[in-house]
Design a protein around this ligand. Structure first.
Ligand SMILES: C[S@@+](CC[C@H](N)C(=O)[O-])C[C@H]1O[C@@H](n2cnc3c(N)ncnc32)[C@H](O)[C@@H]1O
Length: 249
């Protein structure tokens, strides 16, 4: 029996089980699906319900969705990264790659992107994404976040956020929209959501992988770990001495 020929586009292959979250008009998912021919390996999701999507992204969104379904992609709406690990369909699938392009927690008319409060909202979203993605990923799978790496976006500190969920940065690759024919990135949200925002030649795909269990400390960190534990023991011993209690070894 002839095996199906693998097809690929940039970082993605037709043999991978791929989950896309926070899609805007579904043009990115649609681009991957066209490159693969068949999209039975893909699950493409939006935070918005279908009615909101079709109203917000009235140009082409319906045809992207139709094309995805025709190619066998599973399309789901109202998927929230905060609890996608509990989603009745998603929770039983393990993915090779989980993609979130240009995550953004939404615009607030009285806040600027550089305002701490808005930055914290974005960080909260990305942290939640890492946490639930960690439960949907194969052991050697990857989480890909495409993000602008200029100010104020770099203040989100993706590398710091990934660590609490047990990920580490594997690679950071320049993102060029022209590598994904037909992709039109969207601002999303309730305020001018259908507008395309500039990527300013400073966007990157950050690839994260799960830290191997027991390897969250690197060999260099090992010394640091011993120094920290020694400092803790010293501090505890100081307190015990004040209380007149025998010190720890
Ligand atoms: C800047 S837009 C990017 C849209 C799309 N990924 C693209 O590249 O065109 C940010 C996206 O994050 C999504 N989003 C915001 N909060 C979310 C959440 N809690 N769960 C999933 N997606 C969310 C929005 O619906 C929106 O589609």
């Amino acid at each position: 029996m002839a095996t199906k020929k693998e097809r690929w586009i940039k970082h993605y292959r037709s043999s991978q089980k791929i989950l896309l979250v926070g899609e805007g008009n579904f043009s990115f998912s649609s681009c991957l699906a066209r490159a693969f021919g068949s999209a039975t390996n893909m699950v493409a999701t939006s935070f918005d319900d279908k009615e909101t999507l079709l109203r917000r992204y009235w140009i082409n969104c319906a045809s992207y969705l139709e094309d995805l379904k025709e190619r066998g992609c599973l399309v789901l709406h109202e998927v929230n990264v905060h609890d996608m690990n509990q989603h009745p369909t998603l929770k039983s699938i393990k993915f090779d790659v989980i993609i979130f392009n240009f995550p953004h927690a939404g615009h607030v008319s009285w806040l600027k992107e550089s305002d701490k409060l808005l930055i914290e909202r974005h960080r909260h979203l990305v942290r939640a994404f890492f946490e639930s993605a960690s439960e949907l990923l194969k052991e050697d799978g990857e989480v890909h976040i495409t993000h602008r790496d200029d100010d104020p976006y770099r203040q989100w500190k993706l590398e710091e956020l990934c660590e609490t969920a047990g990920f580490c940065l594997k690679e950071k690759v320049e993102f060029n929209k022209k590598d994904y024919p037909g992709y039109i990135n969207k601002r999303g949200g309730n305020i001018n959501g259908n507008v395309t925002f500039p990527l300013n030649d400073c966007s990157f795909t950050f690839k994260f992988c799960l830290q191997k269990s027991g390897s969250s400390l690197t060999s260099n960190d090992d010394d640091g770990y011993h120094m920290i534990s020694e400092a803790i023991v010293n501090e505890v011993n100081g307190i015990l001495a004040e209380l007149g209690v025998e010190s720890l070894d």
